[in-house]
Write a protein that binds this ligand. Structure first.
Ligand SMILES: Nc1ncnc2c1ncn2[C@@H]1O[C@H](COP(=O)(O)OP(=O)(O)OP(=O)(O)O)[C@@H](O)[C@H]1O
Ligand SMILES: [Mg+2]
Length: 332
């Protein structure tokens, strides 16, 4: 039977008007009607259901392998952590990442990739929320209002859908009082005001620690070692210490680190010439331009690299590649 037909049948008032109503039948029919209604509604409007939240870990892996360049640590850590978290029916706490690295290395890009694979509507999902200090919390005079609003958004979102995702950009510019609002939601608490936050995910992005990561990579290069040999463990303690001690890193004096609420501090490595070429090719392809070596090299040549002598890392990562593609891109 077609859904509309089934609905008509289920919503038919006849059983309710009948004198010899079987209460069990009425109850069952009412339940079925509600289920059918919900099903119909969720076909067209986003719900907290598998159709809208496919949690596509395989797709995530493919995207990380094919679309994210030069970030072998971030790719591996994020994939394994998300996979394990989603497999666990009873996680002890929400999953919390803190992504660190210099400009244009892919922190927002990976957040987009995660959102696109876990949620059908990606970053536009009602279950995904992004916060940027200068956009969402611009005026210190209104900090109390922002705090209340943020708390309400997190509570309402998780209440409506436990698999909610919260992305906080530019954490180094986030007011400590805002960070303190987030804290109770990240903790091992079973319930905060009767809602469990253990299936939610939080991602913090910042440039803090970027210089230390670059310095480390420069030494790796000077010692003739390969970038791909660098492991998470090599950078994690440097990163935590730097982020913790730096006054404007956003985590300073906040007790997120003290209480071990961040599960993974993820380093984003500075990008090299070869990665810029890959970014150029990907962007050329996405815009329908020719993706030949020459054009990609022309674009990569235009970027600024440091240290001045070695010209090893791109100052802006892949960030300005898009504008250069507009300039150099040739129709097929
Ligand atoms: N590692 C990468 N692999 C593929 N593309 C990348 C990578 N890094 C950056 N890009 C491209 O550059 C764009 C800008 O990068 P993104 O916004 O993720 O940088 P960011 O790390 O958030 O920088 P910032 O610290 O300045 O905010 C992305 O939208 C993407 O197209
Ligand atoms: Mg960014």
């Amino acid at each position: 039977m077609k859904i509309s037909g089934l609905l008509l049948f289920l919503l038919c008032p006849f059983p309710l008007l009948s004198e010899a109503v079987d209460p069990f039948r009425t109850f069952t029919l009412a339940g079925l009607a509600a289920a059918a209604q919900y099903h119909l509604y969720c076909r067209f409007r986003e719900c907290c259901s598998e159709d809208w939240i496919p949690l596509d870990v395989k797709g995530l892996q493919e995207d990380l392998d094919n679309r994210l360049f030069g970030q072998h640590i971030a790719s591996e850590v994020i994939l394994k952590a998300i996979r394990g978290f989603l497999r666990n029916p009873e996680p002890a706490k929400p999953l919390v990442f803190s992504l660190h690295g210099s400009s244009g290395t892919g922190k927002n890009f990976i957040s987009r990739i995660i959102a696109e694979n876990l949620y059908k509507k990606g970053l536009n999902s009602n279950h995904v929320h992004q916060f940027l200090p200068k956009l969402n919390f611009p005026d210190l005079a209104h900090i109390d209002k922002y705090k209340q609003e943020l708390q309400a958004i997190i509570q309402e979102s998780v209440k409506a859908c436990p698999r909610s995702l919260f992305i906080f950009d530019e954490m180094d510019k986030m007011h400590p009082e805002i960070i303190n609002v987030i804290k109770p939601f990240l903790d091992y608490n079973d319930l905060v005001e009767n809602v469990s936050y253990r299936k939610a995910m939080f991602i913090f992005l910042s440039n803090a620690g970027g210089e230390q990561i670059t310095e480390f990579l420069l030494n790796v290069w000077k010692n003739g070692k390969k970038r791909e040999e660098v492991q998470m463990i090599d950078l994690e303690s440097t990163l935590t210490a730097e982020v913790y001690n730096k006054e404007n890193s956003g985590f300073w004096r906040s007790n997120l680190i003290d209480n071990n609420l961040i599960d993974y501090f993820v380093p984003f490595l500075p990008l090299e010439y070869k990665h810029i070429k890959l970014c150029a090719k990907a962007t050329l392809k996405a815009r329908g331009f020719r993706t030949d070596e020459d054009t990609a090299s022309q674009i990569a040549d235009e970027m600024i690299y440091f240290p001045k002598k070695e010209r090893l890392f791109s100052v802006k990562g892949c960030k300005t590649v898009s504008a250069k593609v507009d300039y150099f891109g040739e129709p097929k």
